[in-house]
Design a protein around this ligand. Structure first.
Ligand code: ADP
Ligand code: MG
Length: 346
């Protein structure tokens, strides 16, 4: 399509990040009010006194969610939550969203109302206003695209590129749980497809399911850092897995990092389930994604302050670029971090 066969590059060869790099390279910023364009969790625009932070994300049925096990209300909530997460990752606070949906004929008014129940619930909880969007039809399933907008003082905004040698690497919450929740849902779906009379065996895994189906953006961490007088030097939210996000911070900051396997926070239930699936829980934390935790760096001078912030874990430090991005395993070996992530185009 659109080109002769010899001159065709497969998107699957390029991958999502490769494609975004190509788009970024072909894009020029013309306006002085564009402070930051493509390349961070959100774009930053000049609005006089304040800066505007904008982020957008799209969820596609069959790619990002499966309505067999994802209730529409949860989907609406999650679609908002993942966008707000990007605004907090810029160290800004979201205040508005727009919501665009493409719907196929299988959806009724009642279904759309259920989706919006979740959207409104998230808007209420995080005190954001739904201020617009677009509605259109789709040939196959549901597509939902949300844009979140926040305002911040320029001096508060944190980019991916500010990490400096000796900075401490911190992450909130725990990692890998959302991915393991998804594995569980997929397993039970398969059991159900093989035998529709079978009851799903999900007991005891509420936390992992919640992490997958109903993630919460870490407004509490954003607020706790402010209260503690800490301004991270770099920050990103964990949507594609710890390894991928560490590499983004290090690439953008022209730095390396050293993180310790034993410091990476993994929930006990997640570790148990990983074992059941014959998976290494650390691999799930590194490559699973959809945790929507905040990964950030702080100057070593803030060590005493950051130690006091609840639910934040110190997992390593920033090094010189030449030292690369590595994880020190429990046995003391050092392994290079690779971005596997959830690359939808592969
Ligand atoms: P995140 O995981 O934080 O949502 P992404 O990896 O999706 O970030 O995107 C990285 C950067 O690339 C962001 O600045 C985003 O706005 C930009 N971007 C992604 N897709 C496109 C596109 N199709 N056109 C222009 N910019 C894009
Ligand atoms: Mg992000």
């Amino acid at each position: 399509m659109f080109e002769n066969k010899e001159n065709r590059t497969e998107l699957s060869d390029l991958g999502e990040f490769g494609l975004i790099s190509q788009i970024a390279a072909s894009t020029q910023v013309k306006n002085k009010s564009t402070v930051r364009g493509i390349g961070d969790d959100g774009a930053v625009l000049d609005a006089g006194d304040k800066k505007v932070v904008i982020s957008t994300d799209m969820l596609v049925e069959g790619v990002h969610f499966d309505l067999v096990y994802c209730p529409l209300k949860h989907l609406g909530y999650k679609a908002v939550a993942v966008n707000l997460s990007d605004i907090y990752a810029m160290n800004a606070s979201p205040s508005q969203i727009t919501v665009s949906v493409a719907l196929s004929s299988k959806f009724s008014l009642e279904a759309v109302e259920e989706l919006y129940e979740g959207i409104h619930l998230a808007c209420e909880k995080y005190e954001v206003d739904l201020v617009g969007g677009d509605t259109t039809s789709s040939l196959s399933g549901l597509i939902i695209s949300i844009t979140a907008i926040g305002f911040a003082d320029e001096s508060d905004i944190v980019y991916r590129n500010g990490a400096r040698e000796t900075d401490l690497v911190c992450v909130s919450g725990d990692l890998g749980s959302a991915y393991l929740g998804l594995q569980l849902l997929n397993r039970e779906k398969q059991v159900f497809l093989d035998n529709p009379a079978a009851q799903p065996d999900l007991a005891g895994y509420d936390y992992l399911l919640e992490r997958q189906l109903r993630p919460e953006p870490r407004r509490d961490i954003y607020e706790a850092l402010k209260k503690a007088g800490i301004r991270p030097t770099a920050m990103i939210d964990v949507s594609d897995g710890l390894a991928s996000e560490l590499l983004h911070i290090c690439d953008n900051s022209q730095a390396g990092c050293q993180v310790y396997e034993e410091k990476i926070p993994v929930d006990i239930k997640a570790a148990e389930l990983a074992e059941e699936f014959n998976m290494n829980p650390i691999t799930c934390a590194l490559n699973g994604g959809e945790d929507y935790e905040l990964l950030f760096t702080v100057p070593i001078a803030d060590f005493e302050k950051i130690k006091m912030v609840k639910d934040v874990h110190l997992i390593g430090h920033i090094t010189h670029k030449n030292a690369g991005c590595v994880m020190i395993e429990k046995g003391g070996q050092s392994i290079e971090l690779k971005a596997q992530g959830l690359d939808g185009l592969r």
